[in-house]
Design a protein around this ligand. Structure first.
Ligand code: PRP
Ligand code: URA
Length: 211
């Protein structure tokens, strides 16, 4: 595992909110709100290297030069469905971001991803891309999504997840060593059904209340 490219966000607010998410008694409404809030906190770290420039601003006291985002083009790309739960948090931090969508589901027997939808902003190749999904389990979905973004011509791609399994991190890093991964927790392992342990269960079902 290349720990230089893996950022486990070590922050008490993230840790606290993740614990509530893991609790099987947490209701859908609270679960959804927490996913969005943690998404916001992780975005703070995942955007740490956004370039700045300076502009003149007149404060009530004087005129000064002050930092402002350089306006580099940025896109958030959720992996449907569960990734949708993170979009709102990213957009609250980066309101000018465009949104692309990739629809993937895991074949429950092979655990391999199947693509069913893809819609990107026209100029996606020129944008820095943040792929978001709550779960990085086997890594199949994330590795495929990163591959699709590279086919579109994207060269600066990051992956942001709430929980990662070591198996998923290794797969993504093997197939896409250039991609930085941001996660709220690096969990223990995958179980025989491909679920993250201790994890939080099925993220999509818990966000959308489909079970
Ligand atoms: C979940 C999750 C990831 C994927 C992770 O989605 O949101 O996309 O599984 O697993 P992997 O790392 O082994 O590929 P799922 O396929 O359950 O679809 P959903 O978002 O529609 O619920
Ligand atoms: N997808 C989920 O939603 N949860 C897991 O633990 C693994 C994959």
């Amino acid at each position: 595992m290349n720990t230089d490219k893996l950022h486990v966000i070590d922050h008490p607010l993230v840790a606290h909110k993740l614990t509530i998410l893991r609790d099987k008694e947490t209701a859908t409404k609270d679960f959804r709100e927490l996913v969005s809030e943690i998404g916001m906190l992780l975005t703070y770290e995942a955007t740490r290297d956004l370039p700045l420039t300076e502009k003149e601003v007149e404060t009530p006291i004087c005129t000064t030069m002050a930092p402002t985002l350089k306006g580099k083009k940025f896109a958030v790309v959720p992996i449907l469905r569960a990734g949708l739960g993170l979009v709102d948090g990213v957009l609250r931090m980066v309101p000018s971001a465009r949104v692309g969508h990739i629809g993937l589901y895991r074949n429950e027997e092979t655990l391999e991803p199947v693509k069913y939808f893809c819609k990107m902003p026209k100029d996606i190749a020129e944008r820095d891309v943040l792929i978001v999904d709550p779960m990085l389990a086997t890594g199949g979905s994330a590795a495929a999504a990163i591959g699709f973004m590279k086919e579109y011509g994207c060269t600066n791609i990051k992956l942001m997840v709430l929980l990662a399994a070591p198996e998923g991190v290794e797969r993504v890093q093997q197939e896409h060593p250039d991609v930085e991964i941001f996660c709220g927790s690096l969990d223990s392992h995958l179980n025989e059904n491909g679920y993250i342990v201790p994890g939080l269960g099925d993220a999509g079902d818990r966000i959308f209340g489909t079970k």
